[in-house]
Each structure stands twice: as structure tokens, then as C-alpha cells.
Design a protein around this ligand. Structure first.
Ligand SMILES: [Zn+2]
Length: 403
């Protein structure tokens, strides 16, 4: 079968990327929880050709996400070495994403015997861990948190891709164990601006946490979005905010949408938070101003191909976005005043699902931290993991938002 190049257009823009190699891989995945759900989403979105999942779940319509790849789901758990051997037959990679020590032990031993690459991943609502070619640890709290599952799955999928083929700047990570507390519930009113790659995951996470959300975006879904905006499989040509809120109805009834463009009159009054999931500084500039003016906290998400960060601005408690970024958004906004035109030959950036899902998860972690009085931004860099950084509590004296 020929590979649909438009679907993978944005990842094929990465120097040295080998889509064909991914298409020829077979990955065996074990798990029935959200961690294995998000891993399967990643594997099929990246375009890995053959995927076997031992474990059951109907969180997502996996077959529709990428109809070009093969998925086999076996509704059972791994309870013996023989079963583990059977499940990983002809695989290139084995991932155990359960929180079950027994399953991990059998899969690890079976993978070792066949000399296969083995990842163990596990998470709870207060931490996540993964390891490569080691018998992995399991969290005591057996519930896999939605947010930590999103983050952990992204990190493991990234490390798997690096072992399939290495890119020039790749740095492999063999192991990560980190405490990250996600909100158990977030019954807040949130205005989310942007329903693209970060926006898909942040709205999903917010919906799973019972938040009341309004999603706004004026853009429409294109085929080249599908490698990372995984809920849009039936939505090409439709408005992103509308399509996303429709897909999320399954998880929450508290979602609205709109097509407003962000400008000088942006007014988030009445919301508890603004989630900025946009890809341009002009919109960030107006959101930063409006947050200061109306005293509504702003959580900004930004990603590049292999990195990104989640950055909160709490008016009166932290420096604003301008001051945290160390440059004046007004200046960069001016340069971007002409909106990007969707013409042939327009310049697009390489983009993957991985950093976007990680940053979306980290935006909710920022909120949880702020609720407990810690104002931190969180950076993600492929091969390094997560870096937490305390934010200055005040703007620079030159900042106009000081009044
Ligand atoms: Zn400032």
C-alpha cells in the first residue's frame, strides 16, 4: 500500500525523517488503561504500520484515526510467559503500558529471550515513569491519570521512534521517573483559544477533568493536520472548534465553541482561566493584554518539533507573558500583522503529535501547581524530559502592564 503523503506532510518535513521505516514496523502494546490508549493513538498517528494491542478499551475510535495502518486488539491480559511470547511474535518493539507487575515481568522476560526492544511505562495521578530494556517499576496508586498518561505516552513514543531511526539531534533517554501531580478534577470555566495540535489534547484533558470549556478557533481542518490532531478524522473542511467540541461530546456535555478571531476586544471576563493553544504571537499578545486588564489567569502552551513549554501568567502573582518570554510580544505581533495566507508555497513548519500532547498535559499540571500556590513554567525537551522552573513574581519595570 502506498503511503498517503499529505497525511504525513508535516512530519516528512523533518530533516532525515523516514516514514517508510515506521510503516514497516510492528509494535506490540499491552494495557487497557489510558496510558496504552494514548500510546496507541501515538503509534498509529505517527504511521507505524502494524500494531497489536493486548488489552481492551473503547476510549477512542482507533481504526478511524488512521485507516492506513493495521491494528489488532486482543481483549485479554498477559498472565503467563507463554502468553507474552505469543503476543510479541514478529514484533520490532514491545511496550508494556500496564500498571501490573506480573504483565511487565512476563513481557520483559519474553522480549529479552527474543532480543527485542522493550519499553515499560507506568503512571498514576501523581507521577510517571518509563524505562528501556529493563524490568519496569509500577506505581502503587493503580489509577492511570489522564494527564500523566498523555505526557508519559508522548515521551515513550518519542523514544521508540528514536530507536527506529536516529535523527541528527536525537538524544536517547533510557529511563525517567518523575513526580507530577495532575488535577483530580477541574470544575472551572475555561476559555480555550485554538483547536489545533495542542488544543486537541488540552480540550480532551479538560473534558476528562469535567471542566466547562468554550473552544474558539476560526481555522478549518486539513488533511495535513491529521498526523497530530487525531480527533479530526471525519472533519476535513469543517471548522476546528466546532469539530473538536462535537468529538468531545462523548466525554463531556459542558463544551461550547465559537469562531472568534483574537483581537483588541478579546474579553475573557467570567472565565477562571484562558488556555492559549495558538501558534502565533499576535494572538498571544492580545491574550496577555486582556488577562492583565480583566485579571484572568492565562496558561500559554507553545511547541516546536521536539520541544515546548507550558507557561502560566497569573495577574498580580507572576510576571506577564511578555516579561517571562523576555521580549515584547507587541513587537513580534507587529511583524506578524499580516495573517498567514493559505497559498500554495506557503511556509509550513515540521510538526509531530508528541510535543503537542506533552505540552497540553503540562498546561493542566501548571494549573494544579498554581492552585497549590506554586507558580512554575514547565519545559519539555526531547531526550531531556521535563524541567520545572519558578516564575518571577513581577514584571520588568519597563512593562507597560504595571500601569
Ligand atoms: Zn510584564
Amino acid at each position: 500500500m502506498a503511503i498517503n503523503l499529505e497525511r504525513y506532510n508535516r512530519q516528512n518535513l523533518i530533516e532525515g525523517w523516514q516514514q517508510e521505516k515506521l510503516y514497516n514496523l510492528k509494535v506490540s502494546l499491552a494495557g487497557s488503561g489510558l496510558l496504552s490508549d494514548f500510546l496507541l493513538v501515538d503509534l498509529i498517528s505517527l504511521g507505524i504500520g502494524r500494531n497489536t494491542r493486548t488489552g481492551s478499551s473503547c476510549s477512542f475510535e482507533f481504526e478511524k484515526i488512521n485507516p492506513e495502518v493495521y491494528i489488532e486488539q486482543r481483549d485479554e491480559e498477559i498472565t503467563s510467559f507463554q502468553m507474552a511470547e505469543l503476543c510479541i511474535e514478529d514484533s520490532d518493539f514491545v511496550i508494556d503500558a500496564t500498571n501490573d507487575t506480573r504483565s511487565k515481568h512476563f513481557l520483559f522476560e519474553a522480549a529479552k529471550k527474543k532480543n527485542l526492544n522493550y519499553f515499560s511505562a507506568s503512571c498514576s495521578k501523581s507521577g510517571l515513569s518509563f524505562s528501556f530494556n529493563r524490568n519496569g517499576e509500577v506505581f502503587d496508586d493503580s489509577t492511570q491519570g489522564a494527564v500523566n498518561s498523555m505526557i508519559c505516552a508522548g515521551i515513550v513514543a518519542d523514544e521508540l521512534r528514536k530507536r527506529a531511526f536516529c535523527l541528527k539531534r536525537d538524544r536517547q533517554l533510557d529511563r525517567l521517573e518523575i513526580g507530577v501531580k495532575e488535577p483530580s478534577n477541574l470544575e472551572k470555566k475555561i476559555l480555550q483559544v485554538g483547536a489545533g495540535a495542542i488544543g486537541t489534547f488540552s480540550a480532551l484533558a479538560l473534558a476528562l477533568k469535567s471542566a466547562q470549556i468554550k473552544i474558539i478557533d476560526f481555522d478549518v481542518v486539513e488533511e495535513s493536520n491529521l498526523n497530530r490532531q487525531f480527533l479530526f478524522y471525519d472533519s476535513i473542511g469543517k471548522n476546528k472548534a466546532e469539530a473538536l467540541s462535537k468529538m468531545l461530546e462523548k466525554y463531556s456535555r459542558k463544551i461550547q465553541n465559537g469562531t472568534e478571531k483574537i483581537g483588541e476586544n478579546f474579553d475573557p471576563s467570567g472565565y477562571d482561566f484562558v488556555f492559549s493553544c495558538v501558534d502565533n504571537n499576535q494572538a498571544r499578545y492580545f491574550m496577555n493584554l486582556a488577562s492583565a486588564k480583566h485579571s484572568v489567569p492565562l496558561i500559554n502552551g507553545g511547541s516546536s518539533t521536539f520541544a515546548g513549554n507550558a507557561m502560566p501568567y497569573f495577574p498580580g502573582k507572576t510576571a506577564c507573558l511578555d516579561c517571562q518570554l523576555g521580549y515584547d510580544l507587541t513587537e513580534t505581533a507587529k511583524e506578524e500583522e499580516q495573517p498567514k495566507k493559505r497559498e500554495i508555497g506557503a511556509c509550513f513548519h515540521p510538526a509531530l503529535i508528541i510535543p503537542n500532547q506533552i505540552i497540553a498535559g503540562l498546561m493542566l499540571i501548571c494549573v494544579e501547581k498554581a492552585i497549590s500556590g506554586k507558580y512554575e513554567k514547565i519545559n519539555y525537551l526531547s531526550g531531556e524530559g521535563l524541567l520545572f522552573q519558578e516564575i518571577e513574581d513581577q514584571c520588568f519595570s519597563e512593562c507597560r502592564k504595571n500601569g
